[in-house]
Ligand binder design. Sequence first.
Ligand code: TNX
Length: 536
Amino acid sequence: MRRSGTKAILAAAVACTTALAVSTAPAAAEPSPQTTPSDIGLGDVIPAPVEVTPDSDADYRLGPGTLIRTEPRSAEARAIGRQLAGTLRPATGYPLPVVPAHGNSAGGISLLLDDVGDELGSEGYRLDVTDRGVTIRANEPAGLFAGTQTLRQLLPAAIESDTRQHETWTVAGGSIVDHPRFEYRSAMLDIARHFHTPDEIKSYIDELARYKINYFHIHLTDDQGWRIEIDSWPELATVGGGPGTGVDGVGGGYLTKDDYRDIVAYAADRHITIVPEIDMPGHTNSALSTYAELNCDGVASPPRTDMAVGYSSLCIDKEITYEFVDDVIREIAELTPGPYLHIGGDEAHETSAEDYRAFMQRAVPIVQKYGKQPLGWNEIVAAEPSTDTIAQYWHTTTDHDEIADAVERGHRVIMSPANKAYLDMKYDEDTPLGLSWAAYIEVRDAYGWDPADYVNGVGEDAVLGVEAPLWSETLRSLDHIEYMAFPRLAAIAELGWSPQQAHDWTSFSERLGQQAPRWEARGVDFYRSPQVPWES
Ligand code: TNX
């Protein structure tokens, strides 16, 4: 049900108190005659903004004459203005021309690069709504982009429609000051267990951007499939990722290098950085079954399409293993402009502790040699790699000496405990997709933890950020991906962005409920958790 009038003002006040807001809003007043009050409170956004100060006298209504003004001489600001125009034109039917902002010509929507203070950093922004217009100011383009994602959620849900809607396009008045808690806010998609096409990946990236996720980790290789073209080992993709690969033999396919470059660029346009993962030394059966020489006995292992884990290992004592690793990492690093390269390292149950250490002591420097910062699943710290290696915590326990010791040595950690952040875990026993080895994860469970207070000894300073991984053993389509990701991805996004003081289930679940008509308008499948007061 849509809210209106006074209720909206109350909702704004509620959202405001749950965030860090200091409200100076005047008492509810009659709206000016030409402006229908907004149905959406200024703080009704996911992730919750840091500070929200509503002003019910200052609602702004978009009209056919609205201009989008962008910072003069900034191609990036102009590009963000064009993107915003592109997203607002279909439903409004307004032309929304993008023009340079000059002088004090206020009004319309302005995207300005300005000194908004160090505490807002490179991704923070200020958003001010008056009855004349909306102004977003940020230190960097990434902050402007984040501000435009907030603005989209402040407009009526019908804005998501791709056809013209008869709506009053009002934005609630007041100010937002916002910046992220963690610098790394990520989602992972496994395209190895089932290949997912570039178009499906791009659709998912579109949704990530809306919730201010800024990294996208692609799990490119695993036992059941190799999903990225490597010129120096060409059969990895064509055979290891060919027809008949994937779980149950129905997930074949791979990204060409051009596909990958295109995804990198598509994500960059949405201020998202790609983090590629080549899992090693375990999870490598697709490579071992393709190239016999990678096996210790020189015999290709049989291809496998079951869901078992922990049975494969590269041959630690063979020199060709390191030529292979060097070639693959070099080619992936060349394709990847972002700073990170993930080398997996999880569940290497067929590799002895000594071999694992020996392998990682060689693999980590190869990543560094090609100019990237190494990431690995939490097991990697057992090999005592250099302390710039970032550990991704996927285990579930709140005591974990190995990771706490690694933090003592100076490692930083990305938090994705499987019992909280894994989007492939079933919601409950009736969920038709997914697995349940770590937990059933209802929406409230996904939201109900603090990344900087989860593992003893891994505090705020050690946490680089959070990630929501989505493993695809049971997921064959974009609908499947969406059904598992939504609404929980929004919960993890809020944990990554919003200050801990804003953490509030009641507020979150209400804001989450407001996402339903948006997902519906965009055709995004999602799980209607009974815990959430969904709007129709
Ligand atoms: C564990 S978590 C894995 C993956 C599986 C996943 C299924 C981790 C680093 N490894 O290989 O796909 O569980 O939930």
